[in-house]
Design a protein around this ligand. Structure first.
Ligand code: TTP
Ligand code: MG
Length: 363
């Protein structure tokens, strides 16, 4: 099954302030240039009814929501990540195998837990929904299907708070009428190219002459498209690596440009992170800072050591250097500050093992 939390960032905001629940809620990434420059990250379903959605400019969202009691809020990734982590733990506990694919989405292989029965699959999905609601007070939408490809599409069918089960014998009937753009890998450009060939629905794609498809898209892509259109997919649900970075962020007691005052706070954050990674026997090569300025603009700086370290003093010192340079180079006043470590290396018996098991940095 694929579990996707509904209007995630906006739902998190409703969680911390339930009084906004019935209003249009728009979570924004402010670029900081002018008051309204930037884009919409996501919006709750009340706002979506006015045509507000991810990616549109903030000024446009404001125009669409003129004369409403809409609430516009800046993104607060740390808060969403904290909630995401709790939900993911619940999902993990209910699956045979678990694979998180974004901050608010995960695949659960439940073949063994359900004995391969889709009736049991539906019951388990209901249980997932009720546990997430009970423990974290969040709603999600779930698709249950024979594989990841179909589960993802079925989860998108009924939202928010939806559950869609597609059994093996329903797969082609379910996919057939949908537009090809619902398949992963069919973006705007591919959709246009397919349209030229008279392929609009997934059924059109499944019945299109394979040789012609190969001539047009090459063998690899054509084979993928053909299989996908028939709902064929055998990608396993696979656990991803450990966290790629760890960060902590805090609001300063007052806005400031004073290095010693800011460092007082970042030193504490460094201590908290250090305690976490020391427990796991991790060393790191990259140290970063995050500064959220009074105008809500977000700034990051980072530094990579030549050799991994797990030394708290070296960590604090690097953070201080980065902050000093940041304050030197800009005029921003800090409202919130954060620190981050990444590029982990596991330490074994005092010996530094140089196989970095993480190469992906989320920033
Ligand atoms: P989605 O799951 O795509 O969207 P959603 O959870 O807001 O809404 P839905 O009910 O349709 O699932 O993305 C998860 C989060 O990722 C979303 O809450 C905000 C963020 N996001 C962006 O910041 N920009 C984007 O363009 C998209 C699509 C998502
Ligand atoms: Mg979502």
């Amino acid at each position: 099954m694929l579990v996707d939390l509904d209007y995630f960032f906006a739902q998190c905001e409703e969680l911390r302030n339930p009084s906004i629940r019935d209003k249009p809620v728009v979570v924004c990434v402010y670029s900081g240039r002018t008051e309204d420059s930037g884009a919409v990250s996501t919006a709750n379903y009340v706002a979506r009814a006015y045509g507000v959605k991810s990616g549109i400019p903030i000024f446009l969202a404001k125009k669409k929501l003129e004369n409403t009691n809409a609430v516009f809020l800046p993104v607060d990734y740390e808060f969403y990540e904290e909630i995401s982590g709790k939900v993911m733990n619940i999902l993990k506990s209910l699956a045979d195998h678990f694979e998180q694919v974004g901050i608010d989405e995960a695949y659960l292989d439940v073949t063994q837990k359900t004995g391969g029965s889709f009736e049991e699959g539906r019951k388990l999905a209901e249980r997932v929904r009720s546990e997430v609601l009970r423990q974290e007070r969040l709603t999600c939408s779930i698709g249950v299907a024979p594989n990841k490809l179909v589960a993802k599409i079925s989860a998108d069918t009924k939202k928010p708070d939806g559950l869609t089960v597609v059994t093996p014998d329903q797969v082609t009937v379910f996919l057939g009428p949908l537009p090809v753009s619902r398949l992963i890998g069919v973006g705007a450009k591919t959709r246009e190219r397919m349209q030229v060939l008279g392929i609009n629905t997934i059924f059109d794609l499944s019945s299109y002459d394979m040789q012609k498809l190969i001539a047009f898209f090459g063998k690899t892509l054509a084979t993928y498209f053909h299989n996908a259109s028939l709902g064929i997919d055998d990608e396993p649900v696979e656990e991803r690596g450990e966290a790629t970075s760890i960060s902590r962020i805090a609001t300063l007691k007052h806005d400031s440009r004073e290095l010693s005052f800011i460092v007082e706070r970042t030193d504490q954050l460094c201590g908290e992170i250090h305690a976490t990674i020391a427990k796991d026997g991790l060393a790191f090569k990259t140290v970063g800072i995050i500064v959220i300025a009074t105008d809500m603009s977000i700034h990051t700086r980072s530094k990579t050591f030549e050799n991994p370290t797990d030394n708290l003093e070296a960590f604090k010192e690097a953070v201080k250097e980065l902050l000093e340079r940041f304050l030197d180079q800009t005029d921003f006043e800090a409202r919130r500050v954060g620190v981050k470590v990444a590029s982990f290396v596991r330490q074994e018996k005092n010996q530094t093992q140089l196989t970095s098991f993480i190469n992906e940095n989320k920033d």
